[in-house]
Ligand binder design. Structure first.
Ligand SMILES: O=P(O)(O)OC[C@H]1O[C@H](O[C@H]2O[C@H](CO)[C@@H](O)[C@H](O)[C@H]2O)[C@H](O)[C@@H](O)[C@@H]1O
Length: 343
């Protein structure tokens, strides 16, 4: 890499660096678990340090399971709305993105939750793909990090002109809200170019997420990171209307519009007619950096529970935490039971 790096190059470098941090995170994660299981392990000193940093982090972001009764006390008389991320929240992170299946138990828990509370899944995946994984019809879906929303069929009442309401075609049939529609041809072209560019890099994979795309490198050898970075960089330089965000061993290319998972939460609340209600309690559960936008929105409303899924300490706008999808399942089951038994 030369000395005179452009702004976008720096952003890509930061992204790759953060993604490398994720591999450290994963390592730390396994150390935490080993410490829990085996105190005589020779990595004990490091692990103990990691465990103690987790313990001090969880004081600031208390477990939503340990504080469940307190949270439910605060929910009494309120209308709960549930927002769920998919990967890393409802399904465990796996090597092959096409095999990130959720368990039947999780599906049953989400189904029951959605019978009691308005529920939406907000994913970075394409809306169709996440729906294919979840396979439930009693909830709402937003794909492409909120850039493709199938919301309730209520008219939008937002007075600030920010939202455009539910679009309908001439037969009165609902169509999704898609604020990045005009970028579709460019996205298709970027996917075509990148697929061709990375085909020689073992393990690299381009995922079409509808209004954005993912460049996966979970299975790429570290020696090939730089060359992959160069390829993504040159595509971005030719497409300045797009930007890069990062997730777990993935670079995501998306249109540079001010629309994210936080806007999607606001949009759902608007279309549900709940935006200005003082008695609502949105619960948002997510594990990724892109979920931080939604955590911020919920925090700024000063009503609701933003919950991060993480088994390692992380900078976050969430107030509460759960360690992994298995804890998400316990939380959702307890929430359903609370609703079943308290009404
Ligand atoms: O918003 P999400 O539903 O959390 O989607 C974010 C990205 O999730 C997927 O990638 C991640 O999970 C994969 C399967 O476990 C894993 O292989 C990958 O390394 C993770 O980054 C999805 O494939 C991406 O397109 C989403 O953007």
């Amino acid at each position: 890499m030369g000395f005179q790096t452009s702004h976008s190059t720096k952003r890509i470098q930061q992204s790759i660096f953060k993604a490398k941090e994720d591999s450290i995170d994963a390592h730390e994660n396994s150390l935490i678990r080993r410490t829990t299981l085996n105190f005589t392990d020779h990595t004990q000193t490091n692990s103990m340090f990691t465990l103690s940093s987790y313990n001090s982090w969880v004081v600031r972001h208390p477990s939503a399971l340990n504080t469940f009764d307190r949270l439910m006390k605060g929910a009494n008389g309120k209308r709960i709305i549930v927002f769920l991320d998919y990967d890393g929240t409802l399904s465990p992170i796996v090597n092959d993105p096409d095999r990130a299946f959720m368990s039947d138990e999780m599906r049953a828990a989400v189904y029951e939750i959605a019978t009691y509370f308005p529920t939406a899944i907000i994913s970075g995946r394409s809306r169709d793909k996440v729906k294919d994984f979840v396979k439930l019809n009693n909830l709402y879906y937003a794909g492409s990090h909120g850039m493709d929303i199938m919301a309730p069929s209520m008219p939008v009442t937002s007075s600030d002109g920010k939202h455009f309401g539910i679009a309908r075609n001439t037969n009165g049939i609902e169509v999704p809200f898609q604020p990045a529609k005009k970028f579709l041809p460019a996205i298709r072209e970027i996917i075509r170019v990148l697929k061709n560019e990375v085909k020689e890099i073992k393990g690299a994979m381009i995922e079409d997420n509808g209004f954005c795309l993912s460049v996966h490198f979970r299975q790429v050898q570290e020696k090939d990171y730089d060359v992959l970075e160069e390829k993504v960089k040159s595509v971005l330089e030719n497409n300045p209307q797009f930007c890069l965000t990062e997730g777990k061993k993935v670079m995501e290319i998306r249109p540079s519009i001010k629309w994210n998972k936080g806007n999607a939460v606001e949009y759902f609340l608007d279309t549900l007619g709940l935006s200005s209600c003082s008695d609502i309690l949105p619960v948002y559960i997510g594990d990724d950096r892109t979920d931080e936008d939604a955590f911020k929105v919920i925090q700024s409303r000063e009503q609701g529970y933003p919950i991060i899924v993480s088994s390692i300490p992380r900078e976050t706008n969430a107030l509460y935490s759960l360690r992994d999808p298995s804890e998400v399942l316990i939380f959702l089951s307890r929430l359903a039971k609370w609703r079943r038994t308290s009404y």
